[in-house]
Design a binder for this molecule. Sequence first.
Ligand code: 13P
Ligand code: SF4
Length: 317
Amino acid sequence: IAPDAAWRDEVLELARKQDAVILAHNYQLPEIQDIAHHTGDSLALSRIAAASDASTIVFCGVHFMAETAKILAPHKTVLIPDERAGCSLADSITGEQLRAWKAEHPGAVVVSYVNTTAEVKAETDICCTSSNAVDVVASVPADREVLFLPDQFLGAHVKRETGRENLHIWAGECHVHAGINGPELAERAAANPDADLFIHPECGCATSALYLAGEGTVPAEKVKILSTGDMITAARATSAKSVLVATEIGMLHQLRRAAPEIDFRAVNDRASCRYMKMITPTALLRCLREGRDEVHVDLATAERARGAVRRMIEIGQ
Ligand code: 13P
Ligand code: SF4
């Protein structure tokens, strides 16, 4: 299906008739971002899902995001246009692995990135996203051990920012962000000496960026480690004429909309998440026509996970 005016009209009309709100993550295809009622990062979209009056949420993102919306709003119908849209990072720890890790550190506070399954969230004390991970960990009393999971690069960023020694980090990663590596970033930064660097903390190159700043290759004020939502705020605030962006390439669309005068370039233009891209115009229309795929979370699991997710949306407001 072509994302033309007829497609647009039908999607919006079906959404209106079904009292549905369409949410799209910043990594979605441009046509999906453009038709959504709200676009944003995972924290912003969770907050919108929790506060929305709509009786149906159509989540254009990956499965754990739709599941998080269902945990927050159990009485709403939550739909995802393709339930196969998974996440390699969420798959990097299971509930059973987390239970075993907790048994090795009795009394530790479990902080899980929102990129986790509902089962993992049910074993978690506080969830976080990339935009509030530092605030969430800083909210834990300094003498308590913290188990941070599943992303090792976000964990390293939080450890650097909080200076916490009692933070244990799970060795998971997102295949898309881990693949944006240090040598590639160094090469791009050398070729674009005036550019700002916007780097998502899940990237393999986040440490290298700080290293480049430390050795003076790139001025420190040009290196910004940011969630996808914070990249948009930073784009509006910077005086730079060009920006190198290290994250999933769907992000470039919102950045170009926010600051059309800036030349945004991907550090790695192959950094595309195949799961995010499963939400096609055809899948979105089918979702609204046929009411699928519906997201279900077992009630007992949702009940156990809800406190951790609520704490996440309250911290860093
Ligand atoms: P944020 O929207 O929290 O920056 O998330 C990044 C991500 O990888 C989601 O899949
Ligand atoms: Fe998961 Fe990575 Fe895709 Fe985000 S970009 S949904 S973390 S696999």
